[in-house]
Design a protein around this ligand. Structure first.
Ligand SMILES: C[S@@+](CC[C@H](N)C(=O)[O-])C[C@H]1O[C@@H](n2cnc3c(N)ncnc32)[C@H](O)[C@@H]1O
Length: 291
């Protein structure tokens, strides 16, 4: 393995430049880069300056702010997002999915209905493929029905990773031998998800703070370990938007340290550990309004 390239000591990041970068990242992604992360920011970004032939941060920042900087703003966010994820991370959610959520949804699918799930802030795709594996385990005939998982992320590199569906040994270490045999194809240095599961998942680049182009509601939304990086106001705005995207009776799952602070302001009821469901009477009202 190659040793990491040494940092270019001639390039330094001043406090003002850090603040300017943090402001751009917040404006583009909603992510709050807290003070004290200056050396992390520098260690992740100096190679971008090199790639663009910039010798200091002030000209990099000017580029980011210019109309030509659109593409670089995507690289910036990509470099500074945290993409930690894993198969069956917070496994209790997948147990709830298997035992409570999927049975009625699969009955609907078998009767000709449509079932939609969304992994919002999907990172490498491990979360979306864990949803797909859970569906395949519960309904091995899933390919016959109108079931789809949408997986979205702001980071184009993560979206490309998800589409590619290749995972190294480390990433699949937590999967049992049985799951690996059923759902992964061993390749030279890694594993690829089997085509049947890949066709269940559609990956798209989407900034959660932008407009959402998807039509129709979702029966299940996973948005886990994403909003922790946003301000409390941005989080609350997102919970409200997710709620409006839930189909009647829909389920919302969030990360272990994420909570909706005031449920009275929502139409969601608690439904397990960091899991919520659209209130039944609201679901009924919504359904009537759709007739
Ligand atoms: C820590 S990972 C969580 C992945 C997965 N949900 C899980 O819990 O394992 C957070 C992901 O959110 C994405 N993200 C951050 N800000 C976002 C935004 N504004 N819109 C969409 N995705 C965002 C990051 O790119 C990253 O892949």
């Amino acid at each position: 393995m190659n040793a990491p390239a040494p940092k270019d000591e001639r390039i330094t990041l001043s406090a003002e430049e850090f603040d300017a970068l943090a402001a751009i990242v917040h404006e583009v992604s909603g992510i709050v880069v807290s003070a004290g992360k200056s050396s992390m920011v520098h260690s992740r970004l100096w190679k971008r300056l090199r790639a663009l032939g910039k010798s200091d941060y002030s000209s990099y920042i000017a580029h980011l702010r210019s109309p030509e900087g659109v593409e670089e703003r995507r690289h910036l966010v990509s470099a500074l997002t945290t993409n930690v994820t894993g198969f069956f991370r917070e496994n209790h959610h997948f147990e709830t999915l298997r035992d409570q959520v999927l049975p009625p949804l699969l009955a609907r699918a078998r009767a000709g209905g449509r079932v939609r799930l969304w992994s919002a802030g999907c990172s490498t795709g491990a979360e979306a493929y864990s949803m797909a594996i859970t569906i395949a385990q519960t309904a091995p005939d899933f390919a016959n029905y109108d079931i789809r998982i949408l997986a979205t992320d702001i980071d184009p590199l993560m979206v490309a990773h998800g589409k590619e569906a290749r995972f190294d040994l480390n990433a699949v270490a937590g999967l049992s031998e049985d799951l690996r045999t059923q759902f992964l194809i061993p390749a030279e240095n890694d594993f690829q998800i089997i085509p049947a599961l890949r066709s269940l998942v559609q990956f798209r680049e989407l900034n959660l703070h932008d407009a959402w182009p998807m039509s129709g509601g979702f029966d299940v939304i996973f948005c886990r370990n994403v909003v922790i990086y946003f301000t409390p106001e941005a989080r609350m705005r997102l919970w409200t938007r997710f709620e409006s995207k839930l189909a009647p009776g829909g389920w919302m799952f969030m990360g272990h340290s994420e909570r909706i602070p005031d449920l009275t302001q929502t139409r969601l009821d608690p439904a397990g550990i960091t899991a919520y469901r659209l209130r039944a009477e609201d679901a009924a009202t919504k359904a009537t309004q759709c007739l």
